[in-house]
Design a protein around this ligand. Structure first.
Ligand SMILES: Cc1ncc(COP(=O)(O)O)c(C=O)c1O
Length: 382
């Protein structure tokens, strides 16, 4: 099945024009899902109430949450020995919760816990700053010297064999670079912040200790964070960890230690079902490749635009580029907006343009952007 969706799905319509949302997150959601949520808002499945109002301990909500977990497991082919936790606090909370839950002192020497981090840009930096509040951090590799246009080669990483885990950011949303494959860190569990490329491609779980993803890019509403963790890593957290944020407590209580983000889990469940109906992650991945290749080709073939990231590391989710004259950036964003191509402004720390191409962005949106870019460049150069 193809992801080139039907004309009733796309583009989203306002009262008078088509809208393609290139925002980096919260990102564009499949219109089919939004319509389904709208239709079910007041009366879910003949219960006479909204999912919003449902008791989280009741059978109906449990069925919704279990189905979402099951669909996620199928989509990502998650092995049985991994647990799926629906947490709150977004991805940033995990910058603290990963160390609080995973750090271990060396059992032989009692030495202080340590963790490896790979620095590849804005978000990995944030994870490092937060993680360093809890343990001794080893930045095993950094792309800083090249201004984060490349990911340091795994062969050059200086990993610490005593580390409790090695943390990476699989897709740097602000810088527009992405690991084409997840690295192998040997017996040190790999922890991946997958917030901005989760469900954009299949994953091999070999070597993964834990992955987490804020939902607001590809799955659902902000605030929900999906954590997938290998069961042997679920253990007693550091004593200062709030119970509601202990992986162990959440898992032991089957996600019901306190009220979960019920409506967010329901919406994520609708998106997961939609992705399954689209043919799964291999189909999604090939469309994502097609969309980003198309955009990078437009950038590379027009001297008016420039992408600094080396081709091998370019993000399929968040292509970032600049205009030959930075002064024209605001005009580009404003004029694109009048065409319904919205939220193209680059991250505040980076400037330039960022066109986020999450799963819900159809090929027609990228084609519309490509047409606009050609016209804008021509208009400025003539
Ligand atoms: C890669 C990455 N990690 C973490 C975050 C932070 O997510 P949240 O706002 O849910 O805390 C973001 C947000 O854009 C992100 O792109």
């Amino acid at each position: 099945m193809s992801l080139t969706t039907s004309s009733s799905d796309y583009p989203a319509q306002t009262a008078n024009k088509a809208v393609y949302n290139f925002g980096s997150g919260p990102g564009m959601m499949p219109p089919t899902v939004l319509k389904q949520a709208q239709a079910e808002m007041l009366d879910w499945n003949g219960t006479g109430i909204s999912v919003w109002e449902m008791p989280f301990t009741g059978q109906d909500f449990q069925a919704i949450a279990d189905q979402a977990r099951q669909d996620l497991r199928e989509l990502l082919n998650i092995p049985d020995h991994y647990r799926i936790l629906f947490m709150q606090g977004g991805a940033s909370a995990q910058f603290s919760l990963v160390p609080l839950n995973l750090l271990l002192s060396n059992p032989k020497t009692g030495a202080d816990p340590k963790a490896d981090y790979i620095e590849t840009g804005y978000w990995s930096r944030k994870a490092i700053i937060e993680g360093s509040r809890y343990c001794q951090i080893n930045i095993a590799a950094s792309g800083r010297s090249s201004d984060f246009i490349e990911i340091p080669s795994v062969a050059d990483w200086r990993l610490n064999t005593q580390a409790s885990y090695c943390h990476i950011t699989s897709n740097e949303t602000a810088n527009g670079l992405q690991y084409s494959e997840l690295p192998n860190t040997g017996h040190v569990p790999l922890v991946v912040d997958m917030t901005s490329d989760f469900l954009s491609r299949p994953i091999d779980f070999q070597g993964i200790g834990l992955l987490y993803a804020g939902a607001q890019k590809n799955i659902g509403p902000a605030g929900l964070c999906i954590v997938i963790v290998r069961e042997d890593l679920i253990r007693e957290p550091l004593s200062s960890t709030p119970s509601a944020f202990s992986y162990q407590v959440i898992e032991q209580n089957n996600g019901r230690f306190n009220t979960p983000l019920t409506y967010g889990i329901y919406l994520a469940g609708l998106v997961l079902k939609y992705f399954k109906a689209q043919g799964g992650l291999s189909e999604i991945q090939s469309l994502n490749k097609k969309k980003s290749n198309l955009l990078y080709e437009v950038i590379d073939n027009n001297p008016f635009y420039h992408c600094a990231v080396s081709p091998a590391y370019r993000s399929q989710m968040n292509p970032c580029f600049t205009l030959v004259d930075a002064e024209l950036t605001d005009r580009f964003v404003a004029q694109a907006g009048t065409r319904g191509l919205i939220n193209l402004k680059g991250h505040s720390a980076k400037g330039g343009i960022r066109a986020s191409l999450y799963n819900a962005m159809p090929l027609s949106g990228v084609l519309a952007l490509a047409d606009f870019m050609a016209e804008f460049a021509e208009g400025c150069c003539s």
